[in-house]
Design a protein around this ligand. Sequence first.
Ligand SMILES: NC(=O)c1ccc[n+]([C@@H]2O[C@H](COP(=O)([O-])OP(=O)(O)OC[C@H]3O[C@@H](n4cnc5c(N)ncnc54)[C@H](OP(=O)(O)O)[C@@H]3O)[C@@H](O)[C@H]2O)c1
Length: 271
Amino acid sequence: MSGLVLVTGASGKTGKSLVAQLQAQGAAYRAATRGSEPPFDWTAPQTWDAALDGVGAIYLVAPPTVDDPYSKMIEFLKVAGSRRLVFLGMASLPAGGPAHGQVHQWLKDNSDDWAVVAPSAFMQNFAEGSHLATIRGEDAIYSNTEDGRVPFISADDIARAAFALLTGPAGQNREFLVTGGEAMSYDQVAEQIGQARGRPVAHVRISTDDLAARFIQRGLPELTARFLAAGYETIAAGAHAQTSDDYGALTGRAAITFEAFAQANAEVWRP
Ligand SMILES: NC(=O)c1ccc[n+]([C@@H]2O[C@H](COP(=O)([O-])OP(=O)(O)OC[C@H]3O[C@@H](n4cnc5c(N)ncnc54)[C@H](OP(=O)(O)O)[C@@H]3O)[C@@H](O)[C@H]2O)c1
C-alpha cells in the first residue's frame, strides 16, 4: 500500500489508538477530525478533498453524534475513489442492514480493496464512554441487557486489527468479527470493576425506553439513541455472545481480558 493512511475519528476511542500505532511503526498517516489541520467534517464536503490528498488507505469511523452519518460516508467514498477502505462496523449490523450495514453493502458493491472490522461492544464504554459518570458518581452501571453476555473488546485491540488491515495484504474484501475471548454479563463486568477499584459497583436493570432517554441526555440524536438502546436489548436475548478467532488471525495475539482492562483502569473509576 502506498500513500498516507487517513484516520477518521482520530480523536475517538479506536482512532487515537490507531494513530499511536501508526506513529510507533513510523507509518505515514493523517489524523482527520473537526479539529485537525486540515479540518475534516463528515457534514462539510468542502473539507474532503484536502483530507484525501496523497492518501492510499482510509480508516472509516461513523460518528455516533451525527444524524445518519452513513449516507454522508457513502457520498465521501464516491469522492474518494479507488483506495484501500477499512470500515469500523458493528458485529450486530450485517451488510445490507440498517445503519453501518449500508456502508458495508456499499463497500461490497463498489470497492475491490476493502474490509469491515466488526467489533462487539467496547470495553472503553465503561472507562471513557457512557458508563463512566455513573460508576464514579453512583457506583452503578445502568443497562437493559439483563443476564445477556458480550465478549467485550478493547478499542486498542480493534485498532490493532484495523492497523493489520490498513497496512497488510490488499483485497481482503470481507468482514472481520473482532471480539474478546470471553462473553461476560453486565453483572460480571460490574463485579470486576468493583474489585479492581476496591469499591462495589451495581448493575442496575432498566427498560429500553429509559436507556434511550439516558443516551439522548448524553447528546445522541433521538433516532440513534432509540436504535442503540434497542440494539442493547437484543443482548438480553443472547444475540451477541458469540466469540470469534478473527482477531488472533489478523494480529497473531490474544485480545486483552476484561480483568486486565479493569486492573489497568482502576484509577479512572475511583470517585
Ligand atoms: N462503543 C461501542 O461499544 C461500539 C461497538 C461497535 C461499534 N461501534 C461504532 O464505533 C463508532 C465510533 O463510536 P464511538 O462512540 O467509539 O466514538 P469515537 O470514535 O470515540 O468518537 C467519534 C469520533 O468521530 C469524530 N467526529 C464526530 N463528529 C464528526 C464530524 N461531524 N466530522 C468528522 N469527525 C467527527 C470525533 O472527532 P471530533 O469530535 O474531534 O471531530 C471522534 O474522533 C461508531 O460508528 C459506533 O457505532 C461502537
